[in-house]
Design a binder for this molecule. Structure first.
Ligand code: NAP
Length: 254
């Protein structure tokens, strides 16, 4: 997706994957400096490990203490977290604004945290978090409230308020037949988003469709977190359709 985008934009750049041990991070960054590498993505388990090596981080990344996109600046490496913004942009593309909406997040892991911070930043009227391990939902609520003290965050929600946007941020659904909720949990929802992108249609999405609730999968979020990264690295508008086409082609091979 990124290499296709660079090519389309006429940039002499490629996007490559490397498997790195934590102990090798300092040497890696020195090597990247020497090689004039412009930027990179970081994934699990290095989203937190990379923090000590950065000279600057964006506000969401600072709140989350997690980074997935890094750019070299004259003063050092700067980190960003693009997952949450990618999620918001994928909704906007489908004509959905989260401003003044009630949103229920199922799950409280890394993706839920990133999405929660962006939802708070984009003016939701309330946030609810439901998680298999309730202590983690509680921790997420506290994190959001530490930075957005006026936002109501409920980590012990009953039935969702009618019109709520419900987002599955758990990995339950990656395996056929798995579903993190029952019908009652989603009745009256305005939209059900499953951030899982493989499979492209989860059991939760099938359940919502039968209940005539609009659904979205996680391909848009995956696309737009990459679009954000492209724009950070290049300072140019991303060729979104080129990236979408390339991403869909890659996913077809999974
Ligand atoms: P994570 O930090 O490991 O968190 C996993 C979450 O899923 C936790 O809340 C966990 O609950 C819950 N969970 C796991 N198995 C469950 C089950 N069987 N029933 C109920 N809850 C369960 O993972 P993550 O990074 O947040 O990723 C979560 C999902 O989002 C993955 O499927 C990932 O592929 C997807 N994702 C998509 C994008 C995108 O761009 N579309 C980006 C990031 C992640 P406990 O706290 O109780 O363990």
């Amino acid at each position: 997706m990124q290499t296709q985008a660079f090519r389309h934009a006429g940039l002499n750049a490629v996007y490559l994957a490397f498997r790195i041990e934590k102990k090798d991070l300092p040497g890696l960054l020195e090597a990247f400096d020497l090689l004039n590498i412009r930027g990179f993505n970081v994934t699990v388990p290095h989203k937190e490990n990379i923090l000590p090596f950065l000279t600057e981080i964006s506000k969401p990344a600072d709140i989350l203490q997690s980074v997935n996109t890094v750019i070299r600046t004259p003063s050092g490496w700067k980190g960003y977290s693009t997952d949450g913004e990618g999620f918001i942009r994928s909704l906007n593309e489908n004509g959905v604004s989260v401003k003044d909406k009630n949103v229920l997040l199922i799950g409280a892991g890394g993706a839920a945290r990133a999405i929660a911070v962006s939802l708070a930043e984009h003016g939701v009227s309330s946030l609810s978090v439901k998680n298999r391990t309730p202590e983690r939902a509680d921790r997420l609520a506290k994190l959001v409230n530490a930075f957005y003290p006026d936002l109501p965050v409920d980590c012990n929600p009953e039935n969702p308020i009618p019109g709520t946007i419900i987002v599955n941020c758990t990995s339950a659904g990656m395996t056929e037949g798995e579903c993190p909720v029952v019908e009652d949990d989603i009745s009256g929802a305005q939209l059900v988003v499953d951030i899982i992108y493989n499979p492209p249609e989860t059991s939760l999405m099938k359940m919502a469709e039968i209940m005539k609730i609009p659904v979205m999968n996680g391909i848009g979020m995956l696309l737009y977190q990459g679009v954000e990264a492209f724009e950070i690295w290049t300072g140019k508008a991303a060729p979104i359709e080129v990236m979408r086409k390339s991403l869909k082609k890659s996913l077809a091979f999974i």
